[in-house]
Design a protein. Structure first.
Length: 460
């Protein structure tokens, strides 16, 4: 869930670039459609202007009635009823247009006009007015009206021409649809190009991430890839940081070793003196000195493990360690006849120091060999690309759930008659936790105790 909440840089860049690209494409498509529509209407209006000019040039005034006479036009569409091309000549009377002559295509109908058309024409006589209206068959019309003074006319004349605009509207819709399809394909192509560009542009960053992961898993000691100029300073800083961390780890190891020598020498002197002078006080000094030495060993071991887990990511073959431990413990417990059955893949690696895996597996296997009747079984498996499981079982008496919990406590000894300090399982637990792992005690299938460790895994 946490990974789902984290924003993705690739997703952000793709969404931002694709959003801007699509917005630009949509605006461009709308502007192109609007410009095409305006150009088509202007071209259409030009035909109406030419028709009005022909009407103006061909109209005459009857000498007797002083009314305009129909011009002799040769446009066949204007002669065919309801053809979609119409003209009409009117006179303004008291602010109302009275039709005097109309084209045969109108038949017995008249062109519909806005209510204030006569007033608008009177306000600016020389200016043509374009408007949309409906024809005799309710078809959409584009109309033009203009006012003119004719020689010998008794009043100004209003010339009107109109034509069915359905073909123009169809062309506009076709252009808009074609533009939408073209820009949609262009948008898809641009989004795909943005995705490819972002992925290609961020490839060096992904490569750097993998390089750092290789270093963390112990497959490489430092970042060595060739990166763009912008990323090289980051790679150099990461290398410097890892070198600094390694130096700190080495200093910690040195300090831990110095502390171990500094403390162990006085403790050895105290033990030697107490053994040389037997008595109640000597017994107390011996017992407490042994306890102090065990505690010093325990805490120094823990400090070394914590320091090593911050290192560069060393890896250790699990099979090699188990083979070495099995042969050693079988020799140590040969009088008891202990048989250690172990199995591990050759390509299974522990992400840590060999010494720590020896201590983890060694304590668990030694404890099993100490308490078993005759058999110890060790099994390993990969539970994820980053984790492995190591289980050590014996056929001994085992522990109850309450005893298992107590056994992990530092210095706990459930059987005082057995040799040892009681720190074995606690050491395993603390060292496993230092590596980000865990320890679990369970009932073994052999009947005894099962010590199950989950530890970090390194790639082969």
């Amino acid at each position: 869930m946490e990974a789902l909440r984290r924003p993705s840089l690739v997703r952000r860049l793709v969404i931002l670039a694709a959003g801007w690209s699509l917005a630009v494409l949509v605006v461009t498509a709308l502007v192109l459609s609007m410009l095409f529509q305006q150009a088509a209407i202007r071209r259409f209006d030009q035909g109406l202007v030419e028709l009005i000019d022909n009407l103006t040039a061909g109209t005459t005034i009857d000498d007797a009635t002083k009314l305009p006479l129909a011009p002799a036009l040769t446009d066949l569409r204007a002669l065919r009823a309801y053809s979609g091309k119409y003209w009409q000549i009117s006179e303004p009377v008291n602010g109302v247009l009275r039709t005097r002559v109309r084209s045969r295509s109108l038949w017995d109908s008249e062109l519909k006009t806005p209510p204030d058309l006569a007033l608008r024409l009177a306000a600016d006589p020389g200016k043509p007015i374009f408007y949309d209206t409906r024809g005799p068959l309710n078809e959409p019309l584009r109309a033009m009206a203009t006012r003119a003074e004719l020689p010998r006319g008794r009043a100004p004349v209003v010339f009107m021409a109109a034509e069915d605009r359905s073909p123009v509207d169809r062309d506009i819709r076709k252009f808009a649809a074609a533009t939408a399809v073209a820009f949609l394909l262009l948008g898809v192509g641009m989004v795909a190009a943005v995705v490819i560009q972002v992925r290609v542009g961020l490839n060096p960053l992904f490569a750097l991430r993998h390089e750092v992961a290789y270093v963390r898993r112990g497959k490489r000691e430092r970042i060595e890839g060739a990166y763009p100029t912008e990323l090289m300073p980051l790679a150099d800083e990461l290398n410097a940081l890892m070198a600094h961390n390694q130096e700190v780890v080495e200093r910690q190891r040195t300090h831990v070793g110095n502390l171990a020598h500094a403390l162990k020498t006085p403790l050895s002197v105290m033990l030697a003196e107490s053994q040389a002078q037997p008595g109640p006080l000597a017994e107390v000094v011996t017992r407490q000195s042994e306890a102090m030495r065990q505690q010093v060993d325990h805490h120094l071991r823990r400090a070394r493990a914590a320091a090593r887990t911050q290192g560069s990511g060393a890896r250790t073959s699990v099979a090699d360690v188990l083979d070495e431990l099995s042969r050693t413990l079988e020799r140590i417990f040969q009088d008891k006849g202990v048989v250690i059955d172990w199995d591990a893949d050759d390509d299974l690696y522990f992400l840590g120091e060999r010494q720590d895996l020896l201590e983890l597996a060694g304590n668990a296997m030694e404890n099993a060999a100490k308490w078993c009747k005759a058999r110890v079984r060790v099994r390993t498996e990969m539970i994820s690309p980053e984790r492995l499981r190591l289980s050590v079982e014996d056929d001994g008496p085992g522990l109850s759930p309450t005893e298992r919990e107590a056994a992990i406590q530092r210095g706990a000894r459930l059987d005082e008659s057995a040799p040892g300090s009681g720190l074995g399982l606690n050491i395993i637990d603390e060292l496993a936790r230092a590596y980000g792992g865990s320890l679990m005690l369970d009932e073994a299938r052999l009947g005894g105790l099962a010590v199950v460790l989950e530890l970090p895994r390194a790639e082969a």
